[in-house]
Design a protein around this ligand. Structure first.
Ligand code: GRF
Length: 192
């Protein structure tokens, strides 16, 4: 199973997934990393693990459609079976959705459908929730919508701060995103 990871930023989830592959917990290979941001830290992590990395930005193209067509072509050429979004800060358009049906997954740092959008952790914290967590879901044409695959929860401590909550959420992500990917890969490999 050939996995592509799309990321725009730090890349801690990318690293957790690559490490799970190296430990043999995910029966697949991370064939490529794509980032829409040339300065993203995730590109350094890709170099560290020798994962082939590609990077181009929408502004290099005449339109968003052309950007996505180029990305789609790359993923089709590389015969990608599963696209994993890990902090990829762009909406997936119809070309990719049609080319990879039920093959694109995302992780979001809140219990969807609560607190979608860019600041899931902060929004939940500022709302004053007592329980929050992470959601792993298939992508559709909405923002942080699409069928839910898994959710994991965290109880907030009475003295919780935004910083401690962020750390807990990221730990939960690093623990569960690789496990969920391993399950998807296992199930799909058995179907072939
Ligand atoms: C994660 O919190 C993820 O839930 C969200 O973006 C963040 C990416 O973090 N979609 P990293 O780049 O993997 O460190």
């Amino acid at each position: 199973m050939r996995i592509a990871i799309l990321a725009s930023g730090n890349g801690s989830n990318f690293e957790a997934i690559v490490q799970a592959v190296e430990r043999g917990e995910i029966q697949g290979e991370v064939t490529l990393l794509f980032s829409d941001k040339k300065e993203a830290n995730v590109l350094k992590r890709a170099a560290k693990y020798q994962v082939p990395a590609y990077s181009f930005a929408p502004k290099q193209f005449d339109s968003k459609e052309k950007y996505e067509a180029a990305l789609c072509e790359l993923l089709v050429k590389q015969q990608i079976d599963l696209i994993v979004l890990a902090g990829y800060m762009r909406i997936i358009g119809s070309q990719l959705l049609q080319a990879f049906p039920q093959q694109i997954i995302n992780i979001h740092p809140s219990l969807l459908p609560s607190f979608p959008g860019l600041h899931g952790i902060k929004d939940a914290f500022e709302y004053g929730v007592k329980v929050t967590g992470i959601t792993i879901h298939f992508i559709d044409d909405g923002i942080d919508t699409g069928p839910i695959i898994a959710q994991k929860t965290i109880d907030l401590d009475p003295d919780e701060t935004l910083q401690t909550l962020e750390e807990k959420i990221h730990q939960l992500e690093h623990q569960w995103y690789p496990k969920v990917i391993a399950n998807i890969v296992r199930r799909r490999s058995n179907q072939i």
